[in-house]
Write a protein of this length. Structure first.
Length: 125
């Protein structure tokens, strides 16, 4: 399968905007936050958060590489949403297939969730 480069979120304000007002889905290994992309953009962007609580730098880099690879193999999951993926401590011990399943399941829930106005949306697994 060919990898496709996907545009990434780079600015802190974009991460904060999605984390504050986006839809959140908590999986076994990840927390996926998403918000519909506004404007004329064809595809969404993604960002990965690997907090220091995960461990040392090589552990955080390892999980970020895995998540980037999963997203590049499954670009259709972004659709027209901006997505922030928060890795949890359990993600380090998860297999690649488990992470992929968790990510795809969370993104599917986000796409099918009804849009509510006024309150901050949250989806429980």
């Amino acid at each position: 399968m060919m990898q496709v480069k996907v545009s990434r979120l780079k600015k802190r304000r974009d991460f904060v905007r999605i984390q504050r007002s986006g839809l959140k889905v908590r999986g076994r290994f990840l927390v996926v936050m998403s918000r519909p992309k506004f404007g004329k953009a064809e595809t969404g962007q993604f960002g990965i958060v690997a907090p220091k609580a995960l461990g040392k730098a090589h552990d955080r880099n390892f999980i970020k590489r895995r998540l980037r690879h999963i997203i590049s193999l499954n670009t259709q999951v972004l659709g027209t949403h901006d997505v922030v993926v928060l890795a949890t401590a359990q993600s380090l011990s998860a297999s690649f297939d488990d992470l992929t399943r968790d990510m795809l399941h969370a993104c599917t829930q986000i796409k099918t969730a009804p849009v509510r106005k006024g309150s901050k949306p949250h989806v429980h697994r």
